[in-house]
Design a protein around this ligand. Structure first.
Ligand SMILES: *Cc1c(COP(=O)(O)O)cnc(C)c1O
Length: 349
C-alpha cells in the first residue's frame, strides 16, 4: 500500500530494456547522442512545435529552476501559488539559479491561481519603480500540488493576463502526463497553445528512472538555457541514458498509458473513499487529499499503509482544522489490490 508518492515506484520493464539497448557500444556525450536527436524530433511532433528546443536534466528542481532563470532577471518577480513546489519544496533553487529573483504568491482555491488575483497583483506590481522587483514570469503547476487540474482554457486565461503585462509563462509539469490524460486534450493545447513558453515535462513521477525534459517553445532562449545548465552542473555526460528513457516513454503513447493507469487507480480510491472520508480537494488526476479521523489514521498506519499526512488542513487556506489530512498518490504500477487493501483497512472495525 504505497501511496506516499509516485516516485516510490520503480521503472517499467520497457524503459529498462531501452536503457539496455542504449548501453550497447559507443555514443557521443553531452546531449549530442543520436537518441537525443530522435527524441528532439519526437517531442516536436508530439507537441506540434517544430521550432521547440528540448533539454534533459535529472531532477524536476533543476528543470524548474533553470527554466525560470532563463525567463527571469535577478531583479524579477516570479508569480506562483503559495503551495507551489518551487516555493515549498525546492530549497530556494529558483532564487539561487535566478541569482535572487523573488517568488511572489498569488492565491487561489484548490492550489490554482485565481486569474482576478493575478490581474490585481500585476496591476500593483511596481513596474518601473526602482524600489520594487520587476515582473519576471508567471509559474503554474499542472497537475497542481493539490492534485487538481488546470484545464487548457484556464491556463490560457492566466497566460493572457500574464501576457497583457509582458510576462512569459513557465509550467511545472512534474505530473503533466496525468493532467493531459485527465483533460483529454493534445499536449500542444495544454502547453504552448495556452501560452506556455517553458515546460518542465516530468518523467520521473510517471515511470522514468530520473529524467525531466525542459521544452522551450521560444527557441530564442535556448542558448542561454544550455549555458545555465552546464554552469549548474546539470549537463549529463553519458547523456544517452537520459535520452533513451524519454524516447521509450513516448513510444506508442506509453507515457499516456502509464498516467492513465495512475489516474484510474486514484479514481478507484476516490470511489471507495466516498462514504468513509471526505476529500479536501476535487480529485482530477493521480493524487488525492482526504480528511481522516485520528482513529482512521491509526488503523491505516497499523495496517502498514504508506502515505504522507499532516495535522489539520494542508495549509492555512484549507478549512477544517480537525483530524488529519492524508495525501494519497497513485502511480503507474499501483494495483487494484493495493487500493482495495487500503479501503479494507479503513473499513476494518
Ligand atoms: C516532484 C515534483 C517536482 C520535481 O521534484 P524533484 O524532486 O526535484 O525531481 C516538481 N514539481 C512538482 C509539483 C513535483 O511534485
Amino acid at each position: 500500500m504505497y501511496f506516499a508518492s509516485d516516485n516510490t515506484s520503480g521503472v517499467p520493464e520497457r524503459i529498462l530494456e531501452a536503457l539496455g539497448r542504449a548501453n550497447d557500444g559507443f555514443s557521443p556525450g553531452y546531449g549530442t547522442d543520436p537518441l537525443m536527436d530522435a527524441l528532439r524530433q519526437r517531442l516536436r511532433e508530439v507537441f506540434e512545435a517544430p521550432d521547440a528546443e528540448v533539454f534533459l536534466v535529472a531532477t524536476g528542481t533543476a528543470a524548474n529552476a533553470l527554466a525560470l532563470a532563463t525567463l527571469t532577471p535577478p531583479w524579477g518577480a516570479i508569480y506562483c501559488h503559495p503551495l507551489a513546489h518551487i516555493e515549498v519544496d525546492e530549497c530556494g533553487a529558483p532564487e539561487f539559479y535566478t541569482s535572487g529573483a523573488k517568488l511572489v504568491h498569488v492565491p487561489g482555491e484548490n492550489g490554482k491561481i485565481d486569474p482576478d488575483a493575478l490581474a490585481d497583483t500585476l496591476t500593483q506590481s511596481g513596474r518601473g519603480v526602482v524600489h520594487n522587483v520587476q515582473p519576471g514570469a508567471l509559474s503554474l503547476t499542472n497537475l497542481t500540488e493539490c492534485g487538481t487540474l488546470y484545464r487548457a482554457d484556464e491556463i490560457a486565461a492566466l497566460s493572457s493576463v500574464a501576457k497583457a503585462h509582458g510576462l512569459p509563462v513557465h509550467l511545472d509539469g512534474a505530473r503533466f502526463a496525468n493532467a493531459l490524460v485527465a483533460e483529454g486534450c493534445s499536449p500542444a493545447e495544454l502547453s504552448w497553445r495556452a501560452g506556455v513558453e517553458a515546460l518542465a515535462l516530468g518523467g520521473t513521477k510517471n515511470g522514468l528512472m530520473g529524467v525531466e525534459a525542459v521544452i522551450l517553445f521560444d527557441p530564442s532562449r535556448a542558448w542561454e538555457f544550455q549555458l545555465r545548465r552546464k554552469r549548474a552542473g546539470h549537463l549529463w555526460s553519458k547523456h544517452r541514458f537520459l535520452s533513451a528513457q524519454v524516447l521509450a516513454w513516448l513510444e506508442n503513447g506509453f507515457w499516456l498509458e502509464l498516467a492513465e493507469h495512475a489516474n484510474h487507480m486514484a479514481a478507484r480510491l476516490e470511489d471507495g473513499l466516498s462514504d468513509l472520508a471526505p476529500l479536501v480537494y476535487p480529485r482530477q488526476g493521480n493524487m488525492l487529499f482526504v480528511r481522516l479521523s485520528e482513529e482512521q489514521h491509526f488503523k491505516l498506519q497499523a495496517a502498514g499503509a504508506q502515505f504522507f499526512s499532516s495535522k489539520g488542513g494542508q495549509s492555512a487556506s484549507s478549512p477544517a482544522p480537525d483530524g488529519i489530512t492524508a495525501r494519497l498518490v497513485c502511480s503507474w504500477n499501483t494495483t487494484h489490490e493495493d487500493v482495495d487493501a487500503f479501503l479494507r483497512a479503513l473499513k476494518n472495525p
